[in-house]
Design a protein around this ligand. Sequence first.
Ligand SMILES: NC(=O)c1ccc[n+]([C@@H]2O[C@H](COP(=O)([O-])OP(=O)(O)OC[C@H]3O[C@@H](n4cnc5c(N)ncnc54)[C@H](O)[C@@H]3O)[C@@H](O)[C@H]2O)c1
Ligand SMILES: [Zn+2]
Length: 671
Amino acid sequence: MDATEARRRHRQLADELHRHSHLYHVLDRPEISDAEYDRMFRELLALEKEWPELATPDSPSRRVGAPPLASFRQVRHAEPMLSLENALDEEEFIEFDARVRRALGSDEPVTYLCEMKLDGVAVELTYQDGVLAVGSTRGDGTVGEEITDNLRTIGSVPLRLNRPCPELVDVRGEVYIELEDFRRFNRRREEEGEAAFANPRNAAAGSLRQLDPRQTAKRPLRIFCYGVGRLVGEEIASQQQLLERFRQWGLRTNVAGTRLARGADEVIACYRELLEQREQLPFEIDGMVVKVNDRALQRQLGAKSRTPRWAIAMKFPPRQATTTVEEIRVQVGRTGALTPVAVLKPVEVSGVTVSRASLHNWDEIARLDIRVGDTVVVERAGDVIPDVVKVLTDRRTGSERLVDPPDSCPACGSPVARLQDEVVPRCQGLACPARLKEAIRHFASRQAMDIDGLGERTIDQLLNKGLVASVADLYRLTRDDLLPLERMGEKSADKLLRAIDISRKRPLDRFLFALGIRHVGSHLARLLARHFPTLEALAAAAEETLLAIHEIGPRVTESLRAFFASPRNREILEQLRQLGVEPQPVEEVAADAGPLAGKIYVFTGSLEKLKRREAQQMVERLGGKAAGSVSRRTDTVVAGQDAGSKLEKALQLGIEIISEAEFLQRIEELE
Ligand SMILES: NC(=O)c1ccc[n+]([C@@H]2O[C@H](COP(=O)([O-])OP(=O)(O)OC[C@H]3O[C@@H](n4cnc5c(N)ncnc54)[C@H](O)[C@@H]3O)[C@@H](O)[C@H]2O)c1
Ligand SMILES: [Zn+2]
């Protein structure tokens, strides 16, 4: 390779690394695996070693992370938060150890503390006189994002340290999500039609950087503390002692996961041990961090531009394997969400046999261009269910088969619809066994048919005993059906039957809402009920007629069409009619009061989907008020991109802050 060629390749790598670093660190949406990123990074380092003039100050080799997002206030770290040099194998660690001893001018074996390398997000917690004053992300190492309020919601972050404690300390730690929590959290997101997170690290990063701390509070975040920046008013001799002091101050550490090792051989033994332990841990680690234990020696060794000279990360090999896709199957979730899963020829990935890979959604299938019969690389990262990271297209024989998104539900055969703004298609079947429980619960809920006494426990029993296979069956229940149920006396059975009977005559809007048609919330149900006296009239309405109604868009008509297109749904509606369910026509209602009556909303920053005026009208339509500035009377601030002083004021005043997406969701729920 000549110098021109090297420069060209360097530029190319630098651009790619820059883009992926932004996707990973700022947007929490990586497109390639870490192993692939590291490979490119190393190629860049190798080029710079041969042609040092390529290592300009803006090279990825000189930078940590990525600059902070503009929607957060920025914090300058008093001492830079560095990254870590990587050792990809034992050999590279031996070289590191030799460098350390050379720099210290010593032949003695060095004592190291070996720690688990948690795969999460690095944060800094500044405690002044023992009180948590500022919390921030690492950002680009020099400037991070101020996320104090978000960090305060994490149970394992103490708001105040136990005494005696130093006057001032910058504690560094890793915020992460345990595997079990991650699985549960992701499952829920997929069912709600939101994109699943690729791994726990992404989920942790996305959760920490919410504009509304109450959103962060709902996420299962934890912290392990492992380092310091400034430390005033206390002398600490070693890394091991530091962790011990942390524990005394009330900070959470992973001290049980550390080992003291003398010399390279002992470090390597620890590494092998940890590699074996890895699969049993409740959280994801991607390697072992080895630190010179003595803090005086650490100071003596110092740091390079982006990494300290006294620590190194021994990375684990990626947990990848190659296998073939035998089938692409569709799973139906609790809310009717259909998600694709690849059935694999069983293969062992670092000690675990895997036979399925999650494909998340159909966009992901298109992005990977994955087909039945393909040879694929699967990688386990943070979950027992691995991801497909790459299709080996050069192994194709021509007999591979593309799989289209299903147009009927595998559980009940009903038509499915992928509605706008959602990443997954959904089953529209009113009696789909996969979503029946949810459908009945919704049907009976207060805002819908309001069937008092039909709680979750009763629904479970009705389903298990096969007494109910659709909402229509509720109206066939008899006293004899109910009495054998647990905790069901004569009184409560009669009460429930009465409640079911009363619900036969609910107003049409409630009935419409009760059917659980996607995007038909209670507001739209009311609107539709005002335009159509009966359900039959609505089902027969032409699309143009529907679209002519103000507020009814293609999203809703599409959903209604999919619902009424199902023969099974029509059959159930007919049964309901025969069982005496006779929704009452609704009358025009006074327009003044609404679900947002008395509420004051302020919009700030630029919104993505809505025009500001549009958003304000939505609030007004529901009876609320849209104001121009934030005051104590403000109830909610909707913060878009680059929100500035209004957002800060809202934070100061402790006013609720939500994102545009959350606003839209709320409106939909209220409507
Ligand atoms: N997939 C992608 O597109 C992509 C893009 C950019 C970066 N990355 C990945 O991110 C990594 C680079 O990020 P990085 O700068 O955070 O480096 P790093 O992850 O290699 O190491 C530094 C980080 O380790 C963490 N850490 C965990 N446990 C620790 C402990 N006990 N002591 C000290 N630190 C500990 C800290 O957060 C620290 O900031 C690369 O390895 C790369 O794989 C991936
Ligand atoms: Zn179904």
